[in-house]
Every structure is written in structure tokens, then in C-alpha cells.
Design a protein around this ligand. Structure first.
Ligand code: PGA
Length: 248
């Protein structure tokens, strides 16, 4: 049985004080649902968010990590640092990181391996740009991203990974993929995982949809049988909206 995972991706928003303010309101609103709630905060907010959520079952994650254990890597944050700050998850390969910060399938793979080795769960983002969808080659594109991201990862470790399918044309644009487009790609991802691993492994893996998810569209998205949750950007910044998404 896969427990749905709905994660907020705050991107580069909220100071630690603003993060605490969010958490206090979110805790007031929070009620147990069948969904696992997660907030992926900017690195400087992680500690404050984990402190605020102590004693609740709301999980905390990061948005990026460096794959080396430690060393002279100015500006980077390690897996151990994230873990000690209260993280259980970390997003890797978000399209914004691929676009602006040179993230490649190879670095995604190294980061995923480092996270797994340190006991954190990677949320591996995949998804196509608009021109790829127009050309009709989105399945090949996503399959290649999956192969790159999971190279050398055992099936035991793969089960701990989350995949977020985020079509780039739907991120922050208000242009949500139709539930069918999202559902079809998530089914294709599950099939690809069966090919890469086996049915049991693929069956345990959480596949999220991301891209303009809101309280108004979450239930249609979650109705799709192969979609196990969502990665929510803009709408996760407001505690009331994010709670409405979790309690869809
Ligand atoms: P959005 O972002 O919900 O604002 O479209 C999703 C994401 O980038 O993870």
C-alpha cells in the first residue's frame, strides 16, 4: 500500500521568521488525513521548520544537496547537515535546478545515491519542456531521465525514492496538465520502473505530479490511479491553501 505524499516546495521564498509563522498556522489547521504531509524548505529555514513540527507527523525536506560528504565546497550543504537539521527527504533534479544551475542526469544520480547512503529519501524530478511535448517525444525524454537518475541504484534503495513528474510547461504557469496527461505519464513511469527493476519494486514507489497544483484541481489529479501525491510550489506558501490541498 502506497501512502500518498503531498509535498510543498517553497523554492526561494520565506525567511526563517516567515517559515515559523507558516508552521504555527499550519499546525493549527492540520488534521490527520490519509496523506503524508511534507514541507521542502530553503536550507536556512529547515532547522526552524523541523523545530516547529516536532511532535507532529509533518515531515521536513530540503530542495537541494551536494553529493560529497564534506570538504572545501563553498556554498554547498551536505546530506549529514540536512539530516542533522531534521530532513527526511530532499528534492533532486528540479527543472529549475536543471535550467539555472547546470543540474544533469549525472549529478541527479550522484545526489540520489548520496542521499540514500545517508538515510534520506530523494524526490527525483523528471518532466519535459513544451517543445518536447509538441514533438510527442515526452515518453522517451522521461525514460532517459529515469535511466540516468537511477543508474546503479539497487531495487531496495529505489523503493525509498519518490518520483515527481513535473511537465515544465505546467510549472508556475497556471497551465496544469489535464488529469489524463498527468495520469498517462505516471502510468508510463510505473511501467518504465517495472522494466528497470521489477513489479514489486515499482509497486512500492511513490509517483507524484507537480505543476500548478491547487486546492481546486488536486482531487481530479489524485483520482488518477498511478498518481500517489503532488509536489506543490506556489500553493504551498499559504498554510490555508496547502492544508486544503492535503485535505482534498
Ligand atoms: P507550481 O510549482 O506548483 O508553482 O507550479 C511546482 C514545482 O515547481 O514543484
Amino acid at each position: 500500500m502506497r501512502i500518498p505524499l503531498i509535498a510543498g516546495n517553497w523554492k526561494m521564498y520565506k525567511t526563517p521568521d516567515e517559515a515559523k509563522f507558516f508552521c504555527e498556522r499550519f499546525k493549527e489547521l492540520y488534521k490527520d488525513t490519509d496523506v503524508q504531509a511534507l514541507i521542502c524548505a530553503p536550507a536556512v529555514d529547515i532547522f526552524a521548520v523541523s523545530e516547529a513540527f516536532k511532535g507532529t507527523d509533518i515531515k521536513v525536506g530540503a530542495q537541494n544537496v551536494y553529493f560529497e560528504k564534506e570538504g572545501a565546497f563553498t556554498g554547498e550543504v551536505s546530506v549529514d547537515m540536512l539530516k542533522a537539521s531534521g530532513c527526511e527527504f530532499c528534492i533532486v533534479g528540479h527543472s529549475e535546478r536543471r535550467q539555472y544551475f547546470g543540474e544533469t542526469d549525472e549529478t541527479v544520480n550522484k545526489k540520489a545515491k548520496a542521499l540514500l547512503e545517508g538515510g534520506l529519501r530523494p524526490i527525483i524530478c523528471v518532466g519535459e519542456a513544451e517543445e518536447i511535448r509538441v514533438a510527442g517525444t515526452q515518453n522517451d525524454h522521461v525514460k532517459n531521465q529515469l535511466k540516468g537518475a537511477f543508474a546503479g541504484i539497487s531495487s531496495e534503495d529505489a523503493k525509498k525514492c519518490v518520483i515527481a513528474y513535473e511537465p515544465i510547461w505546467a510549472i508556475g504557469t497556471g497551465r496544469v496538465a489535464t488529469p489524463e496527461q498527468a495520469g498517462d505519464m505516471c502510468s508510463f513511469i510505473r511501467e518504465t520502473l517495472i522494466g528497470m527493476y521489477d513489479e514489486d519494486t515499482a509497486d512500492e514507489m511513490i509517483i507524484q505530479y507537480g505543476g500548478s497544483v491547487k486546492p481546486e484541481n488536486i482531487s481530479d489529479i489524485m483520482d488518477m490511479p498511478e498518481i500517489d501525491g503532488a509536489l506543490v510550489g506556489g500553493a504551498s506558501l499559504d498554510p490555508d491553501k496547502f492544508m486544503n490541498i492535503i485535505d482534498f
